[in-house]
Design a protein around this ligand. Sequence first.
Ligand SMILES: [Ca+2]
Length: 534
Amino acid sequence: MFSLFCLSCSQLEQTQSVTDKNVKPNVLFISIDDLRPELGVYGSKIAKTPFIDQIAAGGITFKNAYAQQAICGPSRASVMTGLRPDTLEVTHNYVKFRHKYPDVETIPQHFMKHGYNASFVGKIFHHGDKDSENSWNWPAAFDQLPQDIKRPGRYALDENFQLQKENKKAMFAKYGEQAKYGLGSGPAIEGADVADTAYKDGYHTEVALKTLEQLVEQSDKPFFFGFGMNKPHLPWIAPKKYWDLYNKQDIALAEHSLAPTNAAAMGLHASFELRTFSNVPNFGDLPDDLSLDLKHAYLACISYVDAQIGKVFAKLKALDVLDNTIVIIWSDHGYHLGDKGIWGKASNYEIATRVPLIISTPETRRTGKALSTEALVELIDIYPTLAELANISKPKQAEGLSLTPLITNPDLAWQDSALSQFPTPALREWGAYPLRKGMRETYFGPLIEQVEDKIKQQQKQKWDRELFEQNLMGYSLRTKNHRLIAWLDTKNLSQKAIYIELYDHQVDPHETVNVAEQNPEIVKALVAKLYQRI
Ligand SMILES: [Ca+2]
C-alpha cells in the first residue's frame, strides 16, 4: 500500500512537472513608433509614463539597447526576422522585407509553427508590408467595436484635415508626381479635446482589448499578440488631456543643439520629414516657441501611448492570463528633437539609435524587483530571446543573442559592442531612400544644396555624387566607452573609410566632439572590431 501510494505520488509529480513545462506562455509584443527612451524608467526628467514604468518595475529594463538602423522599415524588418539590415538588404523604407529571402520566418510565424495563435493591431511591420498571409492567423476584432467608435482619420479637427487636403492639392499642382512621396500635410501637432479613441492608437487599443478576449476565450492555444503604437511618430497628435499633463514653461529646448565638432557633414540631415508639415518652416532654423510646442506634443504623445499600454496590460490581469504572459516593449529607433540641430530619426548617433527595451516575464514579476542592465544589447536580440523564454526552438537564421542570461543575471559580462548603420543621412529622403531626381525641384532643393555644400567643403576631392548618394554607408559601433562611426563605400568595403568619427562616452556622453584624429590607436582597434562585425 505504502509503495503504491508513493508510486502514484511520484507519477503525479512527474505529470505535473511535464504539464507545467508544456504550458506555453503568451506573448504581448508592444512596439512603439519613434520613441526615444523618454520614459520615467529611463530617467526622463519630464515624461509622465506611469504605466510603462509600472511594467518595468516588474521586469528588466535594458538601459543600453540599440536599433540596427534608425528608420522604421529597416529596423522593423530586422527585429521581426532577427536579421541585420545588410543581411536582408533592407536599408530603406521602400523595399519589401522578403525581397531577398522570401521564406524567412518572422517571429509570429515561428510562434505559430509552435502552436500559437498570432494576431496584431497597429504598426508592427512597416506600413505596406504587414505580411498578413504569413505572419498572422487570427484577425484583430475590428468588427467587435461598438457602433459609436469610428475609425479615426489622421486629424480629429476638421480644420486640420481640410488644411492637409488643400496642401496636398497645392503640392501636386506645383510638383506633380513628386508630391506623392509625403509632401503636403496638415500641421505637425494637434491636441483636440477628444476621447482616446478619436485618434488611432486609442482606437486600436479598443480593438486590442476585444482581440485579447477572443484569443483567450475562443482558443486553447497560447497567443502571440502584437500591439503596435503609431505614436510618437509624426504628426504629434494626442487628446488634450495628455497635453495638459505638461506645462510648456517646464519644457526645455535641446541642450546640445549643434552638430558635433568635426562631425561628418553627411551624418546629419536637414529635418526633411518634419518640414513636410504645414506649421514648420521649409528652410532655416525653427523658432524656439515652435520647438517648445513640438516637444510638448511629442511628450503628450508619449503619455497617450503610455495610457493605452496601461489599458492592455490591465486587460491581461482582467482575463487572468498575466501570470502566464511575457510582455515586451520596444521602440524601432530613437529621435532628435532639435538635438545636434536636427529633428527626426535617421542618423547614426546615440540619440537616434538608442531605444527603450523592457521585458517582463512571469519570473521577473515574481522576483518583486525592478531589474535593469547596462549590457550593450541590440533589437535583433528580441527574436531569439522570446523563443527561449517561450521554450520553443531558436530560429535558425537569428543573428542576435538570446538575452535570457541577462534576465537571470543583469550584471553578466556581455558582448562588447552594438552595431547600427545608416546610409548618408544628409542626402537621402526621409525614408532612407536615395534622393529622387524630382526632390531637388521641390522646396527641399535649397535644403539639399545646403547639406551638399557642407559635404563638398569637408570631403573636397573625395566628393563623388554617386558614392555619397547611393553607396555610402555609415556603420556605427557603440562600445562601453566609445561610439565609432565609419563611413564606408559599400562597393569597396575593404578600402579605407571615407571619414571616421569617434566619440568618447566617458567624457562626452552627448557626442559633441569627434575625437578620431586625436585617438588613432582607439580608432584602429575599433575599426578592426567593426570589420569583424559587418
Ligand atoms: Ca519609426
